[in-house]
Each structure stands twice: as C-alpha cells, then as structure tokens.
Unconditional design. Structure first.
Length: 90
C-alpha cells in the first residue's frame, strides 16, 4: 500500500493507533521516557533515539517514501515527517 496520498491527519491517526495498540507497552519505561519514537505510519515499524533525527534517517533508509510520525515517549507531543518534512499539531 502506497502512503503517498495520505493526509497529515491520516498519517497521525495511523501512527497514534500503532503507538496506542502495539508500541506503548513496549517502550514507555525508564530511560525511554522523554526520548523520541519515530513510527512508520504504514508498517508500524519504529525507531527510538534522543532527538528523533537518527531514528527518522534509519527508517527513511529502509523506505524512502515512508510517512513518518514522531512522538515524545511519555508525552502528547508529535511531529509528522513527509516528503517536505511537514509539521502537524499532536
């Protein structure tokens, strides 16, 4: 499924669904709190690092067309990265 036609809202919704249903219980603990998690909104694949930059680069290397959404672990703050690195309110 090609995600290129998704709206920012759809990218955010899908990534948040992955986070709430599959990822949160695996990552919200100890030293991860406050780190950034970048989620591929199509596959649910994710990476974690301090700023989200390296995590986004790793995911983009695997899939250059991936629609990525970033969440600060333990907080309700997020940023969406598309082809133009667009921002969206969380």
């Amino acid at each position: 499924m090609q995600s290129i036609f998704w709206t920012l809202e759809e990218v955010a919704r899908r990534a948040k669904d992955f986070y709430e249903n599959d990822i949160r219980q695996k990552v919200e603990y100890g030293d991860n709190i406050g780190k950034m998690i970048v989620i591929n909104a199509e596959s649910g694949e994710y990476e974690i690092d301090q700023t989200g930059v390296e995590a986004a680069l790793k995911l983009k290397q695997k899939n250059p067309n991936a629609r990525l959404f970033t969440i600060r672990i333990g907080y309700d703050v997020a940023v969406s990265f598309g082809g133009a690195m667009e921002r969206t309110a969380g």
